[in-house]
Write a protein of this length. Structure first.
Length: 81
């Protein structure tokens, strides 16, 4: 499996994608609702595909919001995060 930087997001980037506060995403990670990966003692990353799965799983309870299109546009244009 090759490393693809575009699929790894910081907690802040993941929260922006989900349109929630970063602390909300941290709570969901701690509760086991969203899968996260600890890179080192202080660094946590989430995969965009895991966030998409979370959105599908939560359905209506996710407050009916769609994820931010900013990140999709940035990734589609080959931008770097």
């Amino acid at each position: 499996m090759s490393y693809n930087k575009a699929m790894w997001l910081t907690v802040e980037e993941g929260a922006s994608y989900l349109r929630v506060h970063p602390q909300t995403l941290r709570r969901w990670i701690k509760a086991g609702k969203v899968k996260a990966y600890r890179i080192n003692r202080r660094t946590i990353r989430v995969k965009k595909e895991d966030l998409d799965s979370f959105i599908e799983r939560e359905g209506r309870s996710f407050r009916g919001r769609k994820p931010s299109r900013f990140l999709d546009t940035l990734l589609a244009g080959g931008g770097r995060i």
